[in-house]
Design a protein around this ligand. Structure first.
Ligand code: URA
Length: 252
């Protein structure tokens, strides 16, 4: 593709040597990841899609933000796939719902519960939002080697941060409509590890397209104890998940 793609503003020539796209949600996290790369260059800043490229231990990586939620993540993955990228590593944050998981821990999803809407535009709900097995294994090996506390299992991805994740401390204090009311307890009872907002879309899309995707998620908060993260813990968790992603990168 010689022209730049519509939303992310990249051309095939920008990414021709890239072996993996690292996908944070937050544009502000792109330079925080790229500062650990050699020969990092800025590629584009379009809307929520900020991109940089560099190498880490010989691996050429694109770092590009997806924005929050499935719809913008789906655009990002779609256009990267059009440019020839085949491997995707989401680097994000998450809210744990199991009692034993602590802020700062890392979660590696094997799959995501599809509570989003965007993934239903890609494949019917019966299709699994499943991570690439080899990538999950490599990430696990890297985290074990680096002695990083982590949990491997199923996460749930919701289109909304508040109602869809059963948060009642929002504008309409205490009210979440009936169909979503028991979501927290349901997911917890089903052994889901945490809530986040993009994995279901990215994992469904890549599995359905024959591409590889996985994620590393830093735990910001344990929802059994508090609704919102502490700022210091948030900063520490962000650095921990970036380090977990970089450790994984060399093994992918
Ligand atoms: N991201 C989410 O979507 N939920 C949380 O609780 C934390 C991060």
């Amino acid at each position: 593709m010689t022209k730049s793609t519509f939303h992310i503003g990249l051309k095939s020539s920008d990414v021709k040597d890239v072996t993996v796209a690292i996908l944070p949600g937050d544009p502000g996290r792109v330079p925080k990841i790229a500062k650990h790369l050699d020969e990092a260059v800025l590629l584009a800043n379009h809307r929520e899609f900020h991109s940089m490229k560099g190498t880490y231990k010989g691996v050429t990586a694109l770092v590009i933000s997806t924005g929050i939620g499935g719809p913008s993540a789906a655009i990002c993955v779609e256009e990267l796939a059009m440019l020839g990228i085949t491997r995707f590593l989401r680097v994000g944050t998450t809210g744990a719902i199991q009692d034993h998981i602590e802020p700062g821990d890392i979660i590696v999803p094997t799959a995501a519960v599809r509570l989003d809407g965007a993934s239903t535009h890609i494949a019917p709900l019966a299709f699994p939002a499943v991570a690439d097995f080899a990538m999950v294994q490599s990430i696990r090996d890297a985290l074990v080697l680096a002695n990083v506390k982590h949990h491997i299992g199923i996460v749930a991805s919701s289109d909304t941060f508040y109602q869809g994740q059963s948060r009642t401390d929002s504008f309409r204090k205490g009210f979440v409509h009936e169909a979503l009311g028991n979501r927290f307890e349901d997911m917890k009872a089903l052994n889901v590890l945490s809530f986040e907002m993009e994995c279901a879309t990215v994992l469904t899309q890549c599995a359905a397209y024959g591409l590889s995707a996985a994620a590393v998620l830093g735990v910001l908060v344990n929802r059994n104890r508090t609704e919102f993260p502490d700022e210091t813990v948030g900063k520490q968790t962000e650095e921990r998940v970036i380090q977990a992603a970089l450790a994984s990168l060399a093994k992918l």
